[in-house]
Design a protein around this ligand. Structure first.
Ligand code: PLP
Length: 383
């Protein structure tokens, strides 16, 4: 894929791979189950508008975001489908949510009251989904006290406001032992049963993230909420590998031959052991390349895997190209930090493991310095 030769670094996004990953989730859970792809955090760093543009033709039920401003961004693309705001909203934003026809997710009675007040004030119909905490602990009504909050929520949801859905979130769907999924699923079922007399069973029920959708399709119910798998990150141990969606590339900005004993980077943590050829690449932790990859990670240059040497700086990273004497590496040569080049590949999950983190953090950490470029399908990357 060629891009503006003046770009020092960029993110390539493969929209067809994103759609194919969505199809694999659909295949796993069955066509009768609806999907709400998550596009929060700028679509996991991929770019919200690009992701929505790619996913719209696939006809999802709706989208999931974390915040009201993110939901407004989805609406600004022209999407009219439901948009779920999954995280508890701070006080004072219900009016904005109602005005943009966003579906708030509530975890306490005060949020329901605020929503009712905003909908009545604006004279606009609004729907909400109620989160049930079955063990995640960070949000949701406690599954153990449904007898207390169930009737209260039912009383509050009237007039303009409809209690449309109910969901929970798994804490360990990515773990090899899926036992906790069954436990949380049973707690959720208990809540639905307890609410039966209040019309609980007629609501849109959803539990599953990517890992749960793939590991336990039987738990999917009406709707699933996949995120990371769509964007090319592995959802968990023993689960299928998605197609890569994102490549991170940068250009060589300097090539130097250095004598043995030359120190490199902050802290001088690397020193050449012989005459070496170093390529300085125009990307650093200010672009979201994890600093933890210093002296540890790798890059692809002319289709060959080479080590990142020294500490990564804010704007620059150095790779050792001594072993590529026959290749013409010069200023402007493309370097791949994540993705494929020739037959070689550095996967998102490999980078995450090298950096001691998860693929989610790598993707969402790619900063706005890197333009997102829609790529043609990349040979060798499922395209
Ligand atoms: C409530 C909720 N549902 C679904 C997801 C999607 O999870 P994943 O990206 O693991 O598929 C998330 C992710 O953080 C979430 O917070």
């Amino acid at each position: 894929m060629s891009t503006d030769p003046r770009s020092r670094a960029w993110v390539e996004v493969n929209p067809l791979a994103l759609c194919r990953n969505l199809e694999r989730i659909r295949e796993a859970v069955g066509r009768g189950v609806r999907v709400a792809p998550l596009v929060k955090a700028d679509a996991y760093g991929v770019g919200l508008e690009a992701a929505v543009g790619a996913l719209e033709p696939a006809g999802p039920w709706g989208y999931g975001v974390a915040t009201v401003p993110e939901g407004i961004r989805v609406r600004a693309t022209g999407v009219t489908r439901p948009v779920l705001v999954l995280s508890p909203a701070p006080p004072g934003v219900a009016g904005d949510a109602v005005a943009s026809r966003l579906t708030l997710c509530v975890s306490d009675l005060q949020s329901v009251r605020e929503l009712v007040e905003a909908a009545d004030r604006l004279g606009t119909d609004a729907a909400f989904h109620l989160e049930v905490d079955t063990g995640m602990g960070r949000s949701g009504f406690d599954w153990r006290s449904v007898a207390e909050w169930g009737p209260e929520v039912e009383k509050l949801a009237h007039g303009h406001v409809r209690w449309e859905g109910m969901f929970t979130h798994f804490h360990s769907a990515d773990e090899p032992d899926p036992g906790s999924l069954g436990v949380q699923g049973a707690r959720f079922d208990g809540v639905v049963k307890a609410l039966g007399g209040l019309g609980g069973s007629g609501r849109l029920l959803h539990l599953s993230n990517s890992a749960a959708a793939l590991r336990r399709p039987d738990l999917a119910r009406a709707l699933v909420r996949p995120g990371i798998f769509l964007y090319g990150g592995r959802a968990g141990h023993g689960l299928p590998t998605p197609e890569p969606v994102v490549a991170v590339r940068a250009r060589v900005v300097l090539v130097r031959d250095v004598p043995g004993g030359t120190t490199l980077g902050y802290g001088a943590t690397y020193s050449s052991s012989r005459v070496e050829r170093w390529a300085t690449v125009g990307i650093g932790y200010g672009d979201g390349l994890p600093r933890a990859l210093g002296n540890r990670g790798a890059a692809l240059v002319a289709g060959v895997r080479v080590p990142i040497i020294g500490r990564i700086s804010m704007d620059l990273t150095v790779v050792d190209i001594t072993d590529l004497p026959s290749r013409r590496i010069e200023v402007g040569t493309e370097v791949t930090l994540i993705g494929a080049d020739g037959g070689e590949q550095i996967s998102l999950d490999e980078v995450a493991a090298d950096a001691g983190t998860i693929s989610y953090e790598i993707l969402t950490g790619l900063t706005s310095r890197l333009p997102r470029i829609l790529a043609e399908p990349i040979p060798g990357e499922g395209g």
